[in-house]
Ligand binder design. Structure first.
Ligand code: SF4
Ligand code: SF4
Length: 440
């Protein structure tokens, strides 16, 4: 599958390149693909309107609070980029515009402190994430979460109740104990792959990571979890923290390239987009430029990898209806749309039903659903209308962040559908086959 090289970072002071801005011919063909325009019907909250405002700033207009607000409301989902016939590289333009805003902003002392804790102390540190995960687990397991939700205390703090409803569960045992280990292929070994298990996912999606290993093993892979791997740096990149993102990237490259692998696998489309752009992230690093390109050539989304090999067809029937929500980072960021659908359609008994506008963002968009909760929930409500129309009982996607958002959608606006990663559906099908075989 083709993978776009998407320059995420740009000169923090210059903003979007004039050559990129000039590519927009204001045709409006992107409007229908833009979730915020669809919700608000406001030109300034459309891709074309945002580009117009970026152009004004590039030509000397001040960055007003209204400009910042219209850009903040953009999901950076890149649906407009896919829809644009003129090849406007909107993704890198919004990143550059945001970096320009950040370069001139004066964050409060509290905002600076929170940023430092999250990006420098929490995300890169296994022990800090484990500690945070243990606290969340205690909050959930002791019944405190139920009490807080039932008491409605959080409603006193604006949208905090809605934001809390999106928080992930801490899944014990955490996945960290698996890192550094090697899992043998089941049956003849066909491939040797490295699996990068993420950062927060080791706490919040431990079972998904385990399912990923099982499915790879059953497809003839020896699965290695490089001991020195760390956070991919995606959230750092999107927050303009280039230096920290580069340090994390160098570490992951060293962790993987010290051995020989047929592929490096991720199950998180959001991480995958950034991992596939390490070559751009380290473009000015003479020592790592080539290694980053080699790393990129090995990087595969799990669905991309499985659809490219001869799939183990020992799949048991899952007699249900499933629909698929494209993750923006997979569909628009990596142009991977067919692979997850092919995998779902390979499962016997499973009826695959497309929803309308499956590649329209669900409102998750990294931390957008926290930062712009009201708009995120409005988008989610409409997304769930499309899901409900399919009458599917499985809502399947390929990114943990989207899973959290869709799970909230199923609870709040849906019909209590199960929300699963493609890999989890395959895993269930393989287990079903094994159980049937063992009783024969
Ligand atoms: S971004 Fe592309 S599709 Fe949208 S108005 Fe500009 S040229 Fe047209
Ligand atoms: S990135 Fe998404 S939200 Fe932002 S302008 Fe494009 S389509 Fe709209």
């Amino acid at each position: 599958m083709a993978v776009s090289s998407f320059p995420l970072l740009s000169d923090k002071h210059l903003g979007p390149a004039q050559a990129d801005l000039d590519k927009c011919v204001h045709c409006g063909l992107c409007l229908n693909a833009c979730p915020t325009y669809r919700e608000l019907g406001v030109e300034m909250d459309s891709p074309r309107g945002r580009i117009y405002q970026m152009n004004q700033v590039a030509n000397g207009s001040p960055m007003t609070p209204s400009y910042v607000q219209h850009l903040d409301l953009c999901l950076a989902c890149r649906g407009c980029e896919t829809a644009c016939p003129s090849g406007v590289p909107y993704g890198r333009m919004i990143e550059a515009a945001r970096a320009q805003i950040r370069a001139q902003a004066k964050p409060s002392r509290l905002a600076r402190a929170v940023r430092k804790i999250v990006f420098e102390r929490l995300l890169p540190s296994r022990s800090a994430l484990q500690f945070a995960g243990a606290l969340i687990f205690a909050y959930q397991a002791t019944g405190l979460q139920r009490l807080v939700r039932a008491g409605g205390f959080l409603k006193l703090f604006g949208r905090l109740a809605d934001i809390e409803a999106l928080s992930p569960s801490a899944e014990i045992p955490f996945f960290y104990s698996k890192i550094g280990h090697t899992f043998p292929a089941i049956g003849p070994q066909r491939y040797r792959v490295a699996f990068l298990s993420g950062c927060i996912a080791n706490v919040a999606f431990a079972r998904l990571n385990e399912a990923t290993i099982r499915v790879l093993q059953k497809n003839g892979c020896e699965v290695v979890l490089p001991a020195a791997q760390n956070c991919c740096g995606a959230l750092h990149v999107h927050s303009g923290l280039e230096d920290q993102a580069q340090a994390l990237a160098r570490n992951n490259i060293d962790a993987v390239l010290s051995e020989r692998f047929d592929a490096v696998i991720t199950n998180a489309a959001g991480c995958g987009s950034t991992l596939k752009e390490y070559d751009y992230l380290l473009r000015e690093d003479d020592k790592y430029r080539e290694r980053a390109a080699e790393f990129k050539s090995l990087m595969r989304d799990i669905t991309e990898f499985l659809a490219s090999i001869e799939l183990n067809r020992d799949l048991g029937p899952l007699n249900t209806v499933a629909t698929y929500q494209d993750s923006c980072h997979l569909a628009h960021g990596q142009q991977i749309r067919t692979a997850p659908r092919l995998l779902l359609q390979a499962i016997p008994g499973l009826v695959f039903r497309e929803m309308r506008m499956a590649d329209l963002c669900c409102g998750s968009a990294g931390i957008y659903n926290v930062a712009q909760n009201e708009m995120a929930m409005q988008i989610l409500e409409h997304k769930m209308e499309h899901v409900n129309e399919t009458k599917a009982s499985f809502v399947v996607t390929a990114n943990p962040g989207c899973m959290l958002q869709l799970a909230a959608g199923a609870r709040l606006y849906g019909e209590d559908q199960r929300v699963l990663h493609v890999v989890q559906v395959l895993d269930e099908s393989y287990v079903k086959f094994e159980k049937a075989a063992s009783t024969e």
